[in-house]
Structure formats: C-alpha cells, structure tokens
Design a protein around this ligand. Structure first.
Ligand code: ATP
Ligand code: MG
Length: 589
C-alpha cells in the first residue's frame, strides 16, 4: 500500500484525555479515534492490527475444535430475566438497554451466556450430541463507570467469547485445559509477556477461574505473586500464609471495659498512636449488610486487625451470600449507637427482623488477645479484648486483603504486588445458566441433566492495546510482528527518478514475496517520514535515498534496535524476510 492512496494522518500531540501510553500512541499514530467516551473508530491502519488479532484468535480457537457462531448483540430482556441477570446488571448500571417501537426491551450484550444457552437448549436433546465449544468474536457493550483508558476499558469493544457445553465436570475440565493452552498460544504469538493468575469467580456458582494478565504499571488490577513464582492471584482472590501474631505467648489480661478514651480520633493510625500501641493491636469492626441471592439480607459485623483491610470480593463468598455492602453511615447509630471509628463487636443492637448481629472474625484475629476494640460509644475503646474469651464468634473467615510483603501461601518467601491488565479470563461456570434456563439433555439412563458449562473471554482490542503498553519507546509503537498493521515501511526519501524507480521495484518485489509493505511515497521531508514510521511502529524499515543508492545500497533497520545496515537492493527482500521470520528483534544480515 502507498501512503499517497491511503487515509492516514498522524498527530504531533496525543489527545488531552489520553492517559495511558497505548491510547496516546494509537491516537498519535492515526490508528484510533475517539468518537465518544469509551467508543472508538479504527482507521484503515488501526483496523489492520485489530484484524491480525482477530485472525490469531480465530486460528487458535479453530485449532481446538471450537465452532464459530454469531449471536445477536441486541438480546431480548426475557432471556436475561430467565437467567436472573437482568436486575443485577441493571442495578450495577453496566447494561446498555433499549426499547423497540413496541416497547419490547433489549440488552446490548455485555456477554452472551443467555443467547448461547438458548441456542443450545433448542438444539440438543441427548447426551450423545455433546460435547462442543461455541465461540464468537463480536462487539460487546458495557456502560463502564470509568471508560478512560482507551481500548483497555471501552464501552463498546470487541471480545472473543467462548462457551463450552459438557454432560459432566470431567468434560468441562478437559475443555478448560484446552482453552488454557489455546490462550497461551494466542498470547505467545502476540509476543506478550503474561501471567496466569487465580481469579475470583463471582459470588454465585463456578469453581475454577483464572485470568491471563499482562503485567504493566498502568494495569487496573492488583496481582499478587509469590517470590518463588509458584503462586499468582488477583488480589481480589489472593490468600496469604497465616501472619505472625503480635500477641503470641502473652497471658490474657483482664478485659478493660470502656477504659481507653480515643476522643474524636477515628483513624486506626491515630488511635494506635494515642493509645501507645501498634495498628495490629487495634481491631476494626465493620458492619455489613449481607444480601442473599433471593434479595433477603441481614446485618453482620466483621472484626479485623487494624493494619489489614477487608476484601469485599472475598467476603460474600466467605459468608455464603450473593453480595455485601457496608451499612450506610446514617444507619450506624441504630445498630452500634456510635459513629464510625468506635464500633466494636460487643453490645451491637440487632436491626428489625434479626435476633442478633452475628460477629465474624477474620482468620488473623482468631486467637487475638490483649487488643483494643471500639466500645460502641463515641471516643471510647475497650482494652484487652480476648477474642476467644470475650466474643461470641459466629464464624472465622479468611477475608483480609493480601499485602505486599505478607507471607506467601506456598510456605516460602513473601508476596509481591504488581499491576496487571486482564486480557483473558477462563471460567468453569458449572450449571448456573443451564439450570436457570433449562438447558438439559437426557443422560444414558434417560434422566434429564443440566449441561455443565465453561466460559472463556478474551479482549481483542484490549490485547492489542496491552501489546502497545509492553512494546513502545519514546518515539512510538514497536509492533510485535504478528500484530503490525504492515510489517515493513518503505521510505523513499527523494522524488527523483532513480530513487522512485528503485523504490517502486522494491515495493513490487516485497509484495511479490508476500511481505506486507507500506510505502511512504509522500512528498515530505525525510525527517517527517522517519518520525512517522517510528511512531506507527512498523517492525522493519527500508530506506531508499539518493546518497546511499548512488553507492548501490538501500538501508534496512528494525524498529526495535534502529541500527541501519546498507544492503544491496537485490538482497533487501531476502534480508527483510529473514528479519521478520526472526521476529524483527535484530537484522538478519
Ligand atoms: P474487568 O475486570 O477488566 O472489568 P471483566 O472481568 O469484567 O473485566 P470479563 O467479563 O471476564 O471482563 O470479560 C472477558 C474479557 O473481555 C476480559 O478479560 C477483557 O480482556 C475483555 N474486556 C472486559 N471488559 C472490557 C472493556 N470494558 N474494554 C475492553 N475489553 C474488555
Ligand atoms: Mg474477568
């Protein structure tokens, strides 16, 4: 392709609202244009990289034997009510929805479990028709709260979503392993450094769930890794080995009822300082409303060490409820009689409809002795609380958020926290949707059984953006060869006959050799052409300029190393091909 026939304009400055490198560079390279918050157009150049990603994903999915389908984006509300997701997604505000002229409501698909389950239940009756894995590569809509990171968090974005159907867990396990392998192949082909981490699988249903993460400082997810590399998890899910107990080996001291004034001091740090102790000896009591899947709820207290925080993703699971929310501040006086900061586990008043407020303690508090806790009276703490002696404990939960430096659950070393971008998610769903939507088949004994499902998501645009996050320098993008819009930039530096003729010949030869070449044939200064080629990030650059040509050479360089070599024009195609085959990490001369 020749630039003179192309629609492409690069920008000197990144758009003012671009916060992350991938958004800045893709916009400056003229590949991506914002149309509205979280909604983008791909220009011809940008769409080529996106298509490369699509093709890699399609090839690897097809290789596993998965079958491509095309499910609607506009999905009737009925299906979403049937699965039980309509209300929850509407409440979360994530669902784009619309009405047709007859006031029939639709969701714009954020994922497609309902649509695919509907397709399958209408197609199968017997276990003999299983197993299979259905996938599509289609636009998804999510009304994200903060659509601010370019392609990393769009509101309209391209996702590959796959759904496996089996008659039993064993089948699902096999599909899951296959998908994990396919994802590895995909991310490896894209030249991405990634990590597989354990993930939370949501409050309802589902056993195993893992995320493919690209480690990058701009990532929105916090990831926890053990130093020995044996453990990796999303912080939403991460556990630690038991923490050392500050009270280990101490005698229990007599309980000090409301004997420790903390006037007007609400922070744990301030209270510890005022009481002459450390934060791990102050306990925090948090009041939560725990909401079951049938929408009934109860209030409970969670007691945790002052130096730790409660993980609100782990909490609902530990309590066995659908979700949790903090009791709003205006309701606190009715339950605890005091303001936040002074709430404690002793003497809480049950709200209407509840006999008592159950008190749960985090695992780190199970044996706590001689610690302070709020006295449910403003500005007052109890001292020398001993959990086993003084509290009626409804349960011990593992709900603390893992911290950098906490002991690793693998038993050696400590945990380190890094930032990451979730590019893929594989998930053993189980029978959540097949039960709700009656997607059943007759088993060999003619008994009807719900199908066992897995779902496997992969962000197409997000992966392309993640590749840019990992592969760039001050001058622009450095595309991994498989995702490059064109693999070679051909720059003709002057417009005189010899140069143009030599460039034209090379252009034709490269194309004939199957190389994707983009010829900058504009009437522009060499400096402009060099800058643009670097910004767009073509892996290999071939330069034809008067001076070098007079010496019988063209210049070839890789975007990554930028070391130019003089190569005889008739050798250029060979060198370029060998360089690309080697990933364009160094020139193959
Ligand atoms: P996140 O936690 O980042 O919001 P998610 O867990 O909700 O993502 P999934 O439902 O697991 O996402 O979606 C599968 C894949 O789709 C993700 O792994 C990610 O690559 C991609 N994806 C999800 N949300 C977005 C988005 N808003 N923009 C671009 N890609 C997305
Ligand atoms: Mg996810």
């Amino acid at each position: 392709m020749r630039w003179s026939n192309y629609l492409l304009s690069t920008l000197r400055e990144a758009p003012g609202d671009a916060e992350v490198v991938s958004h800045k560079l893709l916009a400056r390279a003229g590949m991506l244009m914002k149309v509205a918050a979280g909604i983008y157009s791909f220009t011809p150049m940008g769409f080529r990289s996106l298509k490369k990603m699509i093709e890699i994903v399609r090839e690897e999915m097809d290789r596993t034997g998965a079958l491509e389908v095309d499910l609607p984006i506009a999905q009737p509300k009925e299906l979403w009510v049937e699965s039980g997701r309509w209300d929850r997604y509407m409440n979360d505000g994530i669902l784009f929805h619309l009405e047709d002229r007859k006031a029939t409501e639709f969701a714009l698909a954020p994922t497609a479990e309902e649509a695919v389950t509907d397709m399958v239940r209408r197609s199968v009756t017997s276990w003999r028709q299983l197993p299979f894995n259905l996938y599509q590569i289609r636009t998804k809509f999510r009304d994200e709260i903060r659509p601010r990171f370019g392609l990393l968090r769009g509101r309209e974005f391209l996702m590959k979503d796959a759904y496996s159907f089996d008659v039993d867990q064993k089948g699902l396990d096999a599909h899951y392993v296959k998908m994990e392998k396919a994802y590895r192949a995909i991310f490896e082909r894209c030249g991405l450094e990634y990590a597989l981490v354990q993930a939370d699988s949501g409050a309802i249903g589902g056993s195993a769930s893992e995320e493919f993460m690209v480690v990058a400082d701009t990532g929105e997810d916090a990831l926890v890794f053990s130093e020995d590399g044996q453990y990796g998890a999303n912080v939403e899910k991460a556990i630690t080995a038991p923490l050392p107990e500050p009270w280990a080996g101490e005698e229990e001291k007599p309980f000090g009822r409301a004997d420790s004034p903390t006037p007007g001091i609400v922070s744990t740090e301030g209270q510890a300082r005022h009481l002459g102790t450390t934060e791990d000896r102050i306990t925090n009591t948090m009041l939560y409303e725990a909401i079951r899947s049938d929408e009934t709820s109860f209030v409970c207290a969670i007691v945790i060490r002052g130096d730790l925080t409660i993980n609100e993703v782990k909490l609902p699971k530990a309590l066995g409820v659908a979700h949790v929310r903090l009791v709003p501040e205006e309701r606190l006086p009715e339950i605890s009689g005091c303001k936040p900061g002074f709430i404690g586990p002793i003497g809480l008043m049950a709200p209407k409809g509840q006999d008592e407020v159950p008190v749960y303690v985090d695992r780190t508090m199970e044996n706590a002795r001689n610690v302070f806790c709020g006295a449910n009276e403003d500005g007052t703490h109890h001292s020398n609380l001993s959990v086993k002696r003084d509290l009626k404990v409804a349960g011990v939960l593992e709900v603390a958020t893992a911290r950098d430096g906490d002991p690793s659950p693998t038993g050696t070393g400590v945990l380190r926290i890094k930032r990451g971008i979730e590019v893929g998610h594989i998930f053993k769903l189980g029978t959540k949707y097949s039960e709700a939507m009656k997607c059943e088949v007759a088993d060999p004994q003619q008994k009807m059984i719900p199908l066992t499902m897995g779902c496997y998501g992969l962000g197409i645009g997000r992966t392309v953006a993640a590749a840019v996050e990992q592969n760039h320098d001050d001058d622009g993008i450095i595309w991994p060869v498989p995702l490059a819009p064109y693999t070679v930039a051909l720059l003709s530096l002057q417009r005189d006959k010899e140069v143009l003729e030599a460039a034209e010949k090379l252009y034709t030869d490269l194309k004939a050799a199957g190389v994707e070449v983009f010829w900058d044939d504009r009437d522009e200064r060499p400096g402009v052409k060099f800058k643009d080629a670097d910004l767009i990030g073509f892996p290999v650059r071939v330069v034809i300029g008067g001076k070098a040509l007079a010496k019988g050479v063209g210049e070839v360089s890789t975007r990554r190393e930028k070391k130019a070599e003089g190569i005889a024009p008739e050798k250029v195609v060979e060198v370029v091909k060998a360089t690309l085959a080697g990933g364009a990490r160094a020139l193959a001369v």
